[in-house]
Design a protein around this ligand. Structure first.
Ligand SMILES: [Zn+2]
Length: 125
């Protein structure tokens, strides 16, 4: 049997505070929050994060996520907006001294000739 704790501050100090919808209601002595001994409402935070990853990196639409979770599209939109506000802005200036020369190699190979010689470039296979 799990010990009942405050749903806001996890305190174990509470007093009975009447009933609501047939459930015993408690009031936390530390933060004053009122709560009942029921499961938390809503979708688990890990599933919310997974939905955001699906939307942002996998290209799954909000409507598809809403049907998958059996919630409204607006709820998915609110999760994505909240995640976007929490995200740090991307720093366009790199702190490392490493550069990519991949595009340069494509340019050299694309010409099929050695620079200035006019002979075809022989690529190692
Ligand atoms: Zn509390």
């Amino acid at each position: 049997m799990s010990q009942l704790t405050c749903k806001k501050c996890q305190s174990e100090k509470y007093v009975k505070s009447g009933h609501t919808r047939g459930q015993q209601r408690y009031q936390c002595k530390d933060c004053g929050c009122q709560f009942t001994d029921t499961n938390r409402r809503g979708v688990h935070p890990a599933l919310k994060s997974f939905a955001i990853v699906l939307y942002a990196y996998c290209g799954v639409s909000m409507g598809k996520i809403a049907r998958l979770y059996k919630i409204s599209t607006v709820a998915v939109l609110k999760w994505i907006k909240a995640a976007a506000l929490e995200a740090k802005p991307i720093n366009p200036v790199s702190e490392s001294d490493i550069i990519m020369i991949d595009e340069g190699w494509h340019f050299v190979n694309g010409k099929k000739t050695k620079y200035g010689s006019g002979e075809p470039l022989m690529l190692p296979s």
